[in-house]
Design a protein around this ligand. Structure first.
Ligand code: DGT
Ligand code: MG
Length: 377
């Protein structure tokens, strides 16, 4: 037997789904710079580098105390040479040159501003950047061809880049709850995403809808949307159809990250109380948002799931993104299973594993249960 590790060194597991990652941790001064580099790698479409920096940051989030010396990082998984150099520089000089240069770079700033438009991905943003465009006003000024989503994204740019508070999420939850119960009594609405993990603010509000009677949920999305529309609560909506049932290959064949639930990307019109309404004057060229400070636009995602898949859908939509990614990786690499937002498939025994709660899914995967508030990997 080997002697136990000195108590100064904490053991941290290598998959994010094996760790507890609280919302508030001790090493923000290191994780934020690493996440800047991750984001920049994302803008460069360097997925390997993006994930490497995200993993490094995530490991530091799970530590029970502040990192003060490089010594403190001994035996920790997922910390590559590049991340270690960045951490060392921050510990020694208070900042990393590479991170500071990245933050100041015209490309990083432009990519951040352009991908900050709802409906704009890295590819379009990069093309526009290379054409000399730097921000959403440039898109309008130069008359770029925008799809409906991007038009809404530009129109509500300021509001959609303002963090959504928990209070606002609760107000929207009340509205959606009313809509859901009005069109289908007995339907269940769950708040997912970052707010379910205990975040105080978010970039959107995520919901999952189901009904205990299997099949009753079918066709409810258009009805919910019509109800909301009739109340004047929707500024924008785009529904993508559930293609799970029609799919010829089962979920085990579908790309892991792919989700086939009926889903609606929407923008809500949220009435504001006097004290929370700041100025909502649009940026140059985005003048349609002049209805005064009485309301704001909020991004809302709605997903409808059959009851039989509800546990998997809940787990899949609660995040964080890295936690989800590692759950799927764990399932595949360590268990020979395939996990999606719909189901868990045992590839060795050739069958699906039923689950009616998230706890059961963790058990199927041979993982200790991690509550949503500790999935902030
Ligand atoms: P934020 O930025 O405050 O809204 O933070 P989150 O964690 O709520 O992030 P969000 O809203 O982008 O996504 C919530 C979770 O939903 C995320 O952790 C994974 C899942 N998710 C988001 N988009 C997709 C998607 O297109 N397909 C699938 N399968 N899952 C998704
Ligand atoms: Mg969210």
């Amino acid at each position: 037997k080997t002697s136990p590790k000195p108590s100064a060194h904490v053991a941290v597991k290598s998959y994010a789904c094996q760790r507890r990652s609280p919302l508030n941790h001790h090493n923000t001064f290191l994780t934020e710079p690493l996440e800047i580099l991750a984001e920049n790698a994302e803008f460069m479409e360097n997925e390997g580098r993006n994930i490497a920096f995200r993993r490094s940051a995530s490991v530091l989030k799970a530590l029970p105390r502040v990192v003060r010396r490089m010594e403190d990082l001994k035996n920790l998984p997922c910390l590559g040479g590049h991340s270690l150099r960045v951490i060392k520089e921050i510990l020694e000089d208070g900042a990393s040159q590479e991170v500071e240069t990245t933050k100041q770079s015209e490309q990083f700033q432009a990519m951040k501003a352009l991908t900050g438009v709802f409906g704009v991905g890295v590819k379009s943003a990069d093309r526009w950047f290379r054409e000399g465009l730097r921000n959403p006003s440039d898109l309008i000024r130069t008359g770029q061809k925008l799809n409906h989503t991007q038009q809404a994204g530009v129109r509500y740019y300021n509001d959609l880049n303002k963090p959504v508070t928990k209070k606002e999420a609760e107000a929207i939850s009340d509205m959606v709850g009313k809509a859901v119960r009005a069109v289908l009594p007995g339907a269940i609405l769950t708040l997912t995403g970052g707010f379910r993990r205990g975040k105080e603010v978010g970039h959107d509000v995520d919901f999952l809808i189901t009904h205990p009677e299997e099949g009753a949920e079918e066709g409810m999305m258009p009805k919910v949307l019509k109800w909301l529309e009739d109340q004047g609560l929707l500024l924008y909506q785009k529904t993508t159809r559930n293609s799970y049932l029609e799919s010829r290959d089962g979920p085990e064949r579908a790309p892991h990250h792919m989700d086939r639930f009926e889903r609606c990307f929407s923008i809500f019109k949220l009435e504001q109380t006097k004290e929370c309404s700041g100025t909502t004057a649009g940026a140059a060229g985005m003048s349609e948002q002049q209805s005064g400070p009485s309301w704001r636009a909020v991004r809302v995602d709605l997903v409808v799931s059959p009851y039989s898949q509800f546990a998997y859908a809940t787990l899949g939509w609660t995040g964080s993104k890295l936690f989800e990614r590692d759950l799927r990786r764990w399932a595949g690499q360590e268990r020979g299973m395939s996990l999606s937002n719909h189901a868990l498939y045992d590839s060795k025994r050739h069958h699906y594993l039923h689950a009616s709660s998230e706890e059961e899914i963790f058990t199927h995967l041979g993982l200790e249960y991690i509550p949503p508030s500790e999935r902030n990997a």
